[in-house]
Design a protein around this ligand. Sequence first.
Ligand code: AMP
Length: 398
Amino acid sequence: MKILVLNCGSSSLKYQLFDMTDESVLAKGLVERIGISGSRIKHSKGAESTVRETDIPDHTSAIKLVLELLQDAKLGALKSLGELGAVGHRIVHGGEKNDKSALIDASVIKDIEDCTYLAPLHNPANLMGVRAMQTALPGVPNVAAFDTAFHQTMPPKAYIYGIPYKYYENDRVRRYSFHGMSHAYVAARAAEILAKPASSLKIITCHMGNGSSVTAVDGGRSVDSSLGMGTTPGILMGTRCGDVDASVILYLMEKEADLKKVSDILHKESGLLGVSGVSSDLRDIEEAAAKGDERAKLAADILCTTVKKYIASYAAVMGGVDAIVFTAGIGENSDVTRREVTRGMEFMGVKLDDSKNDGLRGKEAIISADDSKVKVMVVPTNEELMIARDTRRLAEKS
Ligand code: AMP
């Protein structure tokens, strides 16, 4: 079965076409600046790729273009659209009702719409992709894979905030956390690499990229996770603030007297960028820190210390930890960050082997010393493959 995986943003659309007989990627691409001048599509098949600059006014036109390229004589991977078994959509928010991926029907669409107040930027964009695909290929099943679903196993003590309970009862104000497909994938893959059943392992997964979250995975289930109702809490991110005291937010609201401005400060001007004043990209921060830039060094220090705090607290919550897994852009590539995060954690059985860590980028590996009680691992994430697997399973059932 061939499965197309879509990740729709408000002005972009990422796609990958999988052949599920061997889970290989047949083609992939990115449509950018949908509805904005300068729109373009970059499509690749193996080593060959093309960039086409053309008018792409909306998601329906973007999908038409993607489907055309997927059937292109040279760069395509489908003889006809009839070969496409199903389409999987990354959906950011599934609320409390959706604890797993779901075949999309009218009631799932209503659920996604109902969660729009929780993910106002993402859910409407995700739905544009669903609707455009339903129009383009009416007979092909669509599957929703929710970023929040994996975390629906968190117990109330992890997801209820210490504010009046009525805000949970009436408005569903609670921790949801995100990056669920990534945490689920790397936790399952870590168990495979360790050749142990996931049900027997306590794993802490550190998804560290431009957006970041740490998750406690006990017996294959998320039991706590550092993002919240929204996407700012937890560890310092590229431009998002991480954990800050409510008083800081109240102070900013009073000082700026503009809700949108405060939201922009916390989402777009904070994090690595806000602290360092250098960049939101850790590579720039590491370069500036190596040249002696004190604020760049401070930003990197805050990042590593906060991840360390989450690891220790999640180990305490689970009553131990068997493996710590690093993933996403920073986790997969920054040996300096992995070293700083795990430094001084020998007291809890974490012992990094520098010779295995140094220089390791984007590859699966166990980077702890052979006698480390806790295994430290790098597992490149593959959210698209997780979505493709769920999509196949649900499409076959249907
Ligand atoms: P992602 O959102 O998963 O694409 O991750 C983006 C983040 O990964 C950015 O902060 C990048 O600076 C960081 N990153 C990517 N490659 C490296 C690298 N070789 N060394 C350090 N950070 C990296």
